[in-house]
Design a binder for this molecule. Structure first.
Ligand code: SF4
Length: 391
């Protein structure tokens, strides 16, 4: 996540709740993409430091757990930059130019000069962020799928160019024998079925067989994965997108909640601020006077009820609005209460973390060390494959 400072309900419902769930299902790496912030804020970097710590406090307060996942700062893991540089040598310019967000963002952020090398290369930096950890899955919204696709293409191209070690086939055959007679026979059968008949099930079974092998090295395992598909040794893993459903969290004006629309409720807003913000929300313009009937479909408060209220409450809103049986102030009150109830524990936790900045910094230092160990392993293989491991 790019450091954008204090987070709001849109981040909570759209991203953080998902992360909190994922951290119990997968080995997760979540990072502050501070270099990415520079691709669009290179002329105003002071914003970034405060934004980083504010954002991390909100992650932790929301329940992202450093005991269950690895949290780190991108710029403290220089392997991301090295991998980005090395990948840039073999990435065709046209691949970056055709990433849909490249032109879109330039259009949207017209006030900034984004005709920079860093901006063009940011999807490649993102690829390096992913590939440095040989990530299997990346949680993204549909609008980011193209970035995962380019990452896959880059990994494939890298493996194709550099996975062909001298004597690859002979090394692969030796590795097969190391698995023992029975497993070796099965592997050969599955490989033949895939290579000769395109049998995808055989490919999947062979991949599963390899992943379960304890008696071969990781290097041999990767070699045999590459041998299966005819690509050579797999050095960089192709990630899959783990598609997340788009947040339904509306902003105070009914548009998507976003800082740029000034329509947010921040996770650390005090109850009074939350109440004031919701009381000031626009409602159906047809309800000028208390006894004018309205239509919830024309009202952003109704969208909040759909997030926070159960069926009975929603029915109360619909009937009351259409019949003018309730006023807008009455209608907003349960939403205020629900948001305050949801955010109170987060606000208390965030205050504690604000008072103990060392704790927050230590969490990030430890996570960054752990992440760096992983990235170092990948870079060692990448350098070796590219012939850069000489002394
Ligand atoms: S009664 Fe509720 S849904 Fe209807 S216009 Fe007022 S705030 Fe909106």
């Amino acid at each position: 996540m790019r450091p954008t400072g204090r987070l709001h309900l849109g981040h909570y419902h759209g991203v953080l709740k998902n992360w909190i769930q994922l951290q119990h299902e997968y080995e997760c790496f979540f990072f502050v993409a501070d270099w990415h912030a520079l691709t669009t804020h290179y002329d105003d970097p002071v914003v970034i430091e405060d934004s980083v710590w504010d954002m991390v406090i909100d992650w932790l307060a929301a329940g992202v757990n450093p005991g269950a996942s690895t949290l780190f700062l991108q710029s403290r893991v220089p392997e991301h930059a090295e991998l980005h540089l090395l990948l840039s040598m073999m990435t065709p310019l046209s691949w970056l130019e055709r990433v849909p967000t490249y032109k879109d963002q330039q259009e949207k952020l017209k006030e900034k000069d984004l005709s920079t090398y860093g901006f063009l290369g940011y999807p490649l930096l993102q690829s390096a962020d992913i590939l440095a950890y040989r990530a299997g899955r990346v949680p993204v919204g549909a609008d980011q799928e193209a970035h995962i696709e380019i990452t896959r293409e880059i990994a494939r191209r890298f493996n194709h160019l550099y996975g062909r070690e001298p004597g690859f086939e002979m090394n692969a055959e030796t590795a097969i024998d190391k698995m023992g007679k029975k497993t070796a026979k099965l592997y050969r059968q599955f490989r033949r079925a895939y290579v000769e008949q395109g049998d995808d099930e055989a490919l999947e079974r062979a991949q599963a067989l390899l992943k379960a092998q304890q008696n071969i090295t990781l290097g041999d395992q990767e070699r045999l994965l590459g041998y299966l598909e005819g690509t050579g040794k797999v050095i960089l893993t192709e990630p899959q997108a783990l598609l997340t459903t788009e947040s339904k969290m509306p902003g105070l004006d009914g548009q998507k909640m976003s800082k740029s629309y000034a329509n947010t409720i921040e996770l650390r807003d005090e109850p009074d601020t939350i109440a004031t913000k919701i009381r000031r929300m626009p409602t159906d313009p047809a309800r000028i006077r208390r006894n004018d009937p309205g239509n919830p479909d024309n009202c952003p408060v109704w969208q909040l009820h759909q997030v926070y209220s159960d069926d009975a409450r929603c029915a109360w809103v619909k009937d009351g609005c259409k019949s003018a049986g309730i006023g807008c102030i009455d209608c907003k009150q349960p939403v205020i209460e629900a948001v305050v109830e949801e955010l109170t524990p987060l606000r208390i936790k965030a205050r504690e973390l604000e008072d103990t900045p060392d704790v927050v910094r230590n969490i990030m230092t430890e996570g960054t060390e752990k992440a760096r160990d992983e990235a170092r392993d990948t870079l060692r293989d990448v350098r070796e494959a590219m012939g850069l491991d000489y002394r």
